[in-house]
Design a protein around this ligand. Structure first.
Ligand code: GCO
Ligand code: MG
Length: 417
């Protein structure tokens, strides 16, 4: 479309599912033509909002929204220092909104712009959790009864920490917390305590129980979430190998990926990593050296659809499949972007799925829907999802720091969450 210009860039903070989300809306000079993007870095929402309003908005006003690649590249480098989750999320809000606009102009869904559908539905995995092996089994069975064939299984959440409600799933797991508490010195400082050694010793019993009770009727996933030392992660991976996991996620932190070489020499369980990645150097050598099997990048944290489709193609060359991050701290616009990418990438692996509550559906009508364990999208142009500002305003952001990220071991040491 000729003579199209970006006229306004707006940022909205909202929390319909009790988790702070960041939404970007780009308006054009054509009446009613706008695009939507997800810029959710839930732990730093105000930083992302400021980055967009103070730096990206003035850079974008008056530009032609058709030039997505040029806008992405120039906005990425015009601060000279680049990458990082704040700036990447800000850029993602813009990038997704521009793809949305392009789809609306072309009257085509984004998956068509990206090459068309490679499959008929997007296989999803859901989260199962519980305080005991029986509770986790029950949680997996509930997921299976809804038609899902893949379940990520934790016991007492990450590292067995247990949690009241971290916003991702709600469970009463005070028991586990209290047990760790008994092993701490007096006057322990605030935080979410967990015991990495106890976790490493007990988690095998969960998968033994699940395979005994469920057989091979479901694919099982586990997220170590960087909660143990690297060598303990290797020991853990070896113990879990016989349970045929679909993948084991984040055995190491991004700072410790050198250990993957040692892990790969000893265990053939597929490895998934990447939700914390925000710089191309985080994934380049891991993919080129076949050290991971699934790339878990959080699409908005790497800068949006533009870099994500390149990352997917890069993985294709090396047999690495996609498993885009899909937690609760992602707006349904981000979920829609994931699903459009999933439809097109030939090396799609699996998609993490967090169910939406009614409030989310009212704020973000349209978008992906689920049937029998598979996600799909309508053939509406663009990302196919809308944003109702008046509904969003009913759910102001909390703006507080989540408590679960203050992870501590029994002696009080602060560790990676
Ligand atoms: C996952 C993740 C998330 C993160 C969360 C951080 O695999 O789904 O580990 O649950 O912990 O997105 O804010
Ligand atoms: Mg994870």
């Amino acid at each position: 479309m000729r003579n199209l210009k970006i006229e306004d860039v707006e940022v909205f903070l909202t929390s319909p599912n009790n988790i702070d989300l960041v939404v970007v809306r780009i308006k054009t000079n054509k009446e009613g033509l706008y695009g939507l993007g997800c810029a959710t870095f839930t732990q730093r929402i105000y930083a992302v909002k400021q980055a967009i309003e103070n730096y990206l908005k003035p850079f974008l006003i008056g530009k032609d929204p058709a030039n997505i690649e040029d806008i992405w590249q120039s906005a990425n480098v015009n601060a000279y220092w680049r990458n990082g989750p704040v700036m990447n999320n800000a850029l993602s809000g813009i990038d997704m909104a521009l793809w949305d606009i392009k789809g609306k102009v072309a009257d085509l869904p984004v998956y068509d712009l990206l090459g068309g559908k490679s499959r008929d539905g997007i296989a999803l995995y859901r989260h199962a959790d519980g305080a005991t092996v029986e509770e986790v089994e029950e949680s997996v069975r509930a997921i299976m009864s809804e038609g899902f064939q893949y379940a990520r299984c934790q016991m007492g959440m990450y590292g067995g920490a247990g949690t009241e409600d971290i916003g991702l799933i709600s469970m009463k797991m005070k028991k586990a917390q209290d047990m760790v508490g008994k092993r701490s010195p007096e006057n322990r400082r605030p935080g979410q305590y967990f015991d990495p050694d106890a976790y490493a010793k007990t988690i095998e019993s969960l998968f033994q129980h699940l395979r005994e009770s469920l057989g091979n009727s479901v694919e099982l996933i586990h997220d170590i979430h960087e909660r143990v030392t690297p060598i303990e992660a290797i020991r853990l991976a070896k113990k879990l190998e016989k349970y045929d996991l679909f993948f084991l996620e984040d055995p190491f932190s991004p700072e410790n990926t050198e250990w993957l070489k040692m892990l790969r020499e000893q265990v053939s369980t597929p490895i998934a990593m990447g939700e914390l990645f925000s710089h191309p150097n985080d994934w380049k050598s891991l993919i080129a050296n076949q050290q991971i099997d699934y790339i878990r990048a959080h699409v908005s944290a790497i800068g949006g659809i533009t870099p994500a489709r390149k990352l997917a193609s890069f993985g294709e060359l090396y047999g690495v499949r996609t498993a885009w991050h899909g937690p609760g701290d992602l707006s349904p616009i981000g979920t829609a972007a994931n699903i459009h990418l999933d439809f097109t990438a030939t090396n799609f692996g699996i998609q993490e799925w967090t169910p939406m509550n009614d409030a989310l559906k009212e704020v973000f009508p349209g978008g992906p829907f689920v049937k029998d364990g598979y996600a799909n999208v309508t053939d509406q142009p663009g990302l196919g999802i809308d944003f109702i500002e008046e509904e969003a305003m009913k759910y102001p952001p909390h703006g507080r720091l989540p408590e679960w990220t203050l992870a501590r071991t029994p002696d009080g040491t602060s560790v990676k969450p």
